[in-house]
Design a binder for this molecule. Sequence first.
Ligand code: NAD
Length: 254
Amino acid sequence: MRRAAQAEGIERLGELVANAARVTAFTGAGISTESGIPDFRSPGGLWTRMKPIPFQDYVASRDVRREYWERRFAAPDQIGPAEPNAGHRALAKLHETRLLGAVVTQNIDGLHQKAGVPDSDVIELHGTFAYCTCLRCGRRYENDDVRARFLATREPPDCEACGGIVKAATISFGQAMPEAPMERAREESLACDLFLAIGSSLVVFPAAGFPLLARKNGATLVILNREETEMDAAADLVINAEIGPVLAAIAGVN
Ligand code: NAD
């Protein structure tokens, strides 16, 4: 591992990007904090204020589901109105030049797409907050409709077609990972010669296995994060800095 002073690290990252044949970016909640969406594990992050509900509990108990929707609709919507920041815009620019093949993201906020990376090249490992689905038949429900139904009845929504449980289209703790995005993330991890892990504490597996897979396959691994991560020792370059300004400098955006 090579921990670099910030300025030296940014310069070295610029060289790595300039000399790369294909880049894969892997993003976590840290890339979206500059857009006003709190991450999980930073001080004051969501984890410290509101523990996530495990999938098994959500499925097993109507009371737990009621509590989920109560919490969700009582809190202001931080994701819907959020706009991409310089970090998202920088990755979109690198994708435009075709240097960046895809963004593998743990995020559910849709900000890479809002910044201009096409849906087809944003691999959402943990699903999306943009809508809900029925766990049994897969029918899609729009957030606004679910909200209206819940506020009218205070009952957790069931599927109108099959009676199944309706849930945000995110992957909760304990829920099976989606197969197609996992496979595509594997391919992108193996296809790159430069892998950028950005704004993730790299503790949530299996997602956090992709940086290691890329590194084992011979790619250069760079970790850009405000604080240390558990994988720093495996990286070729670690930059501890704010994401937006660093990526903006690399991609020439503001
Ligand atoms: P995490 O909260 O575990 O880690 C985020 C990391 O980013 C932290 O180490 C923090 O120090 C760093 N960070 C925060 N802001 C930064 C900045 N501006 N510059 C540099 N570093 C910064 O997040 P994770 O690893 O993505 O895991 C959390 C899980 O929670 C994910 O699986 C994700 O699905 C979910 N989540 C998503 C969102 C979102 O979609 N925006 C938000 C919260 C949680």
